[in-house]
Design a binder for this molecule. Structure first.
Ligand code: HEM
Length: 266
């Protein structure tokens, strides 16, 4: 199963061009959902106005070279490792899910656009990347959803309480999990059995929910967060600090209470 491109087998019943159009429609849904979200929340407008305001209090003008160096550092240090989440379980779960999703999506695009024709032979690295990516996404996403999300971790809500904010993580887990089960059942060659078709339908529906739900879900954070991390680093480098006061030049004293329990509130 792990060495088989599931889309080549699917091509026996569904023409590859259908699959390719499906991926293109999903990409259009992401762009449309994100643009609608930006218009509705006015967050990008606020972001640029705030950056312009902060620039007025900049203590130095950064050269293009300095800007490139600050941005590269932000990409490597803050974005690629999601350092905002600090050290610990929250960051580990996020990295597992984030890189799993990236592998799963790249694997899907390559296998659908380059190797879905029945006559083509897929290099085994791509199905491996696809399956490993899906497993990582299910593990990272489930770890977050069952144990680490604020409702459960900080507010003692039961894990099965589902709200709108869970749309993104649940659709993400569902699409990877149904994809894995579909691939497994398809590899069993069940012929006239319906099992793999049911999971193919679930795989399609969960992708429609994931990519069609961008406007209502937290999907677009994967574009906003990197932008905010770059702006924060630029504001630190030019001394404007986003108009925030400088860090106090004094030892950190929070009293003994701080040691009583691990901080859990967000
Ligand atoms: C493919 C890219 C990404 C995926 C699949 C992804 C996935 C997720 C998921 C599933 C959640 C949990 C959402 C929820 O609260 O229900 C989340 C939260 C979060 N993500 Fe991402 N993410 C991605 C990229 C990024 C990037 C690039 C950053 C930062 C630079 C980032 C920072 C965060 C933060 C700060 C949270 C809140 C975590 C928490 O509440 O503990 N994410 N992400």
């Amino acid at each position: 199963m792990v060495l088989t491109n599931p889309f080549t087998i699917l091509a026996e019943t569904v023409p590859p061009v259908f699959m390719q159009w499906f991926v293109i429609v999903m990409a259009i849904l992401v762009v449309t959902g994100t643009l609608l979200d930006i218009i509705h929340k006015k967050n990008v407008k606020y972001f640029f106005e705030n950056a312009k305001k902060a620039k007025l209090s900049a203590k130095k003008t950064l050269s293009s070279g300095e800007k490139i160096s600050v941005i590269s550092k932000a990409i490597v240090k803050d974005i690629a490792t999601t350092s905002e989440l600090g050290a610990g379980k929250r960051r580990a779960a996020h990295l597992l899910g984030m890189y799993g999703t990236i592998l799963f999506w790249i694997g899907s695009a390559i296998m659908i656009f380059c190797y879905s024709a029945q006559s083509s032979e897929t290099p085994s690295i791509w199905p491996i990347i696809w399956h490993v990516g899906a497993i990582m996404t299910v593990l990272g996403g489930s770890w977050f959803w069952f144990f680490l999300r604020v409702d459960v971790y900080s507010e003692a809500q039961p894990w099965y309480r589902i709200i709108k904010a869970d749309l993104f993580v649940l659709a993400l887990i569902a699409s990877s999990l149904f994809g894995l089960i579909w691939s497994y059942l398809q590899s069993l060659n069940l012929n006239d059995r319906w099992d793999d078709k049911v999971f193919l339908v679930l795989f399609i529906v969960s992708n429609l929910v994931l990519f069609g739900g961008v406007y209502w879900s937290k999907f677009a954070h994967m574009f906003y967060k990197p932008g905010a991390a770059i702006q924060k680093n630029l504001a630190e480098a030019d001394g404007s600090r986003d108009n925030l006061p400088p860090a106090a030049d004094a030892p950190e004293k929070f009293g003994l209470g701080i040691k009583r329990e691990e901080p859990k509130n967000y």
